[in-house]
Each structure stands twice: as C-alpha cells, then as structure tokens.
Design a protein around this ligand. Structure first.
Ligand code: ADP
Ligand code: ASP
Ligand code: MG
Length: 413
C-alpha cells in the first residue's frame, strides 16, 4: 500500500469477540497508523451477540415487530465501538466512537434489511482532520424518521464499503477469521485454496450463493463505486484476497469455487388450478412483502391441477407461509407443504460462459454420491442444485475434488 493511504478497516464479530481480541485489533490499527496511513475503523458486534439478541426477541414473541428488532440489534455494535475506542485510547491513540446515526448513514424504511440511500460522514471527516481515529458502528443506519434501521445479516461489510466509497478511500480492508476468499468455505472443505484475486462479478455470485465471507450487498456496492476490497485475517499477518475489477492476470478457470447455502426453505403449493394469472396472484404479494423468491418449479399439470414449488430465505419462512396459505385458499389450491431441511450447493466460474459440460459433470458427481437433486437453476456463470441439507458438506467436498479446485488450474486440465 502506498504511503499515506486512506483505509477503511472493518473487523467482524470473531475479530472483536473478546476483550483480548479487541486489544489485538487496537494493536493492528495502531500499526497501520504508525505506518503512515489514515484509518477509519468499522466494527461488528461481538461474535454471537446478534444471534443472542435475536433469540431473546423470539422468546418474547415469535414474530417480533421489526422496528423493535432493529433497536435491539443495533445495541451490539454500540458495545464494540465504545470498547475499541477505549482500547485505542489505552494505546495512547486519539479515537472516537460513532453510531450509524452520528455518521449520517441514512437508509430506506425496510427494517432488518434496509438499503443505504445516502451517507453524510461529516463527523468522520472532521475526526480524521483532527487526527482522531473514527470507530464506526457497522450494520446500522437511520431512516427518514430517524428510527434505527439495520442492513441485514453481515451488514457491517456494507457499512465499511459504503463509507470507503463516500470517503473515496484507497481501499476497504475486511478483516475476518479466515485469510481470504477460498475456493470453498475452508471450514467445510479442508483442502480449499485461497484465491489471490477475485472479480466483483464472481464474488457477487459467491456471496449470494452462500459464501458469507462478504455480505452480498456490500459486493454490489463495491462494484458500483469501484471500491477495491481486500479480505484478510485479523488473527495472523499475511496476504489475503483482493476483490476488484476483472483483469488480465485473473485466473481464467472453468470453475472458481463451490458454495453452500443452508438459509433457504422450500414451499410447495399443491393442487393449484392451472389457469393464466395464478403465478402472478401467488408471487405478487410475496414480492410486495419484500420476500425474495429464489428458485421456482412448476410441475406438469394433471387434470388441470399443478404443483408450484419455490424457495424463500428461511428467516422469512413464517411470514411467507402466512401469506402463501392465505393466497392458496383464495385461488383454491389444495394445500401448502413446507420443507425446511434443504440446502443449495452451487458451482461458480466465469469460465462457464465459454465451456459446456459443467452441469452434466455436477449432476454425475452428485449421483455418484447418491445425492438426490430436488431443484436446479443455472445462469451464465453458476449452476445451483437444491438437495437434502444433510448432504451439503458431502456435496461440497465431492464437487471440490471432482473439479480439482485445490489445484491452481480450476478443473481445466
Ligand atoms: P465476520 O464475523 O468477520 O464478518 P463471517 O463469519 O461473516 O465473518 O465470514 C467469515 C466466514 O465465512 C469464514 O469463517 C468461513 O467459514 C465463511 N466462508 C464461507 N465461504 C467462504 C469462502 N469461499 N472463503 C472464505 N470464507 C468462507
Ligand atoms: N452483527 C451483525 C450480524 O451478525 C452484522 C455483522 O456482523 O456484519 O449480522
Ligand atoms: Mg460477516
């Protein structure tokens, strides 16, 4: 990194998971400052805290008011900004904590998954000008009514990228518990290989198909504003992964990686009258409720009745189910069935654009393991299969092996 760069450094939950870890992060920030850089820090809540808060809410009521959920969840990041500011001060550095509101991170009104609409960042600029290290709460903003909103799980990544864009920072460094983006989740596939560089486009597929190392929307944002992201370990020094525009020396491989996603559930509306307009009546209200439908399958109709299956995020299942049951009744469908123990395994790679045969090989590998495919979807640079959740890890490992992803050539041999 050139001298006197402006860096946004983001530390995820595990990186600030204990007081020792917070002290270690303060050391790392101190080193960066001593190397001559200006730093803006963004932190997540301590690991497990967001889940703990969500669990408490669900014990009060099954579907708590989302405005109150956001008030609750935003407390997690308040704790870590204060503690990290103190840890930096204890090191003799000038530091100051800021909430989303103080930074002027303004979002739309969609509680628990709000979109950022603008960032003022005046307080951050002022602090930097005074030589004070700003420590900003990730994951939170305010809507036009000044109510607290949150940016969806993993949303501190988005805070960091959006701040980097607003401040025209040289780089956004995402510090986490792995030292980069791998060909598969290294905690699932032990021989996964770290990628030195990944294009925004591939990273977007990785993220949206389940590689939670970067939040999907943070990648979209980074691509739009051309923010270079570096993913690194906060636990040990060394190289990471650069997420940037596609370039010449980026690995040109068939398959770049395997991802798994357990956060989906499958709904089947059974015995739907096979008439024009039925799909619109079914999916319109679901979309209006901001529930993202991923895969859809409509079976061949028999006696002018058909079954429609589709997947939704598991966290939206209670709401989706409520809606779909009502609609099913109104369109005269027979029943609504739910299957929660599913998972989606996907192969991603820009090389798929110019090579065929990846899908066939993927189906063969899954068949050889005796894994039944429940749903399939493809796009230009990915193929996804929905399978029984219990087979997910096996599927990921077998595909990683079959496409030789631990070797440098990504299955082109
Ligand atoms: P943080 O708390 O720092 O935000 P996350 O838990 O959100 O960290 O993301 C890091 C985790 O992402 C890793 O521990 C790893 O298990 C998981 N992961 C999933 N897929 C990948 C991948 N392809 N490369 C690296 N990590 C991955
Ligand atoms: N604390 C939030 C979460 O657990 C945001 C984040 O960690 O990025 O999802
Ligand atoms: Mg994360």
């Amino acid at each position: 990194m050139n001298s006197m760069a402006l860096l946004v450094q983001k530390f995820g939950g595990t990186s600030v998971g204990s007081l020792d870890r917070i002290r270690a992060v303060a050391d790392l920030v101190k080193k960066t400052v001593e190397a001559g850089h200006r730093v803006v820090v963004v932190v997540s809540a301590m690991s497990g805290e967001t889940d703990r808060l969500l669990h408490m809410a669900s014990q009060i009521m099954p579907q708590p008011d989302e405005r109150e959920v956001d008030v609750l969840l935003s407390s997690g990041e308040r704790v870590t900004i204060a503690l990290l500011a103190m840890a930096l001060q204890a090191q003799g550095l000038a530091a100051r904590s800021f909430t989303g509101r103080q930074v002027g991170i303004v979002t739309d009104g969609l509680h628990t998954k709000a979109q950022i609409t603008r960032i003022a960042a005046d307080r951050v600029r002022e602090a930097l000008a005074e030589g004070i290290i700003p420590v900003v709460a990730g994951f939170q903003g305010i809507n036009e009514q000044s109510d607290v909103t949150t940016l969806g799980r993993g949303g501190s990544d988005l805070t960091a990228v959006a701040l980097a864009a607003a401040l025209k920072a040289d780089r956004c460094v995402i510090y986490t518990d792995v030292d980069g983006v791998y060909t598969a989740d290294p905690n699932v596939v032990p021989n996964a290989r770290r990628l030195r560089k990944v294009s925004y486009e591939e990273m977007l597929e990785f993220a949206s198909l389940g590689a939670k190392v970067l939040q999907t929307r943070s990648v979209t944002f980074a691509a739009k504003y051309r923010v270079p992201i570096e993913v690194k370990s906060s636990f040990r020094e060394g190289e990471g992964t650069l997420v940037t525009q596609e370039d010449q020396d980026m690995e040109r491989v068939l398959v770049s990686g395997v991802t798994g996603d357990r956060h989906q559930a499958k709904l089947t509306v059974v015995g739907v009258p096979d008439n024009p307009g039925i799909a619109a009546r079914l999916f319109g209200p679901v979309a209006d409720a901001a529930i993202v439908v991923d895969m859809i399958i409509q079976n061949i109709s028999q006696d002018s009745l058909t079954d429609i299956s589709f997947t939704v995020p598991r966290s939206d299942l209670p709401r989706a189910l409520g809606l779909v049951r009502d609609i099913a009744k109104s369109i005269g469908a027979r029943a609504v069935e739910v299957k929660e123990d599913i998972a989606k395994v996907s192969l991603v790679g820009v090389g798929m654009r110019s090579h065929s045969g990846v899908a066939a090989k993927m189906f063969e590998v899954l068949a050889d393991e005796g894994i039944n495919i429940l749903m399939i979807s493809t796009s230009e640079i990915k193929i996804s299969c929905v399978i029984e959740e219990k087979y997910l890890e096996l599927a990921m490992r077998s595909l990683h092996d079959a496409f030789e992803l631990s070797r440098d050539n990504g299955g082109l041999s």
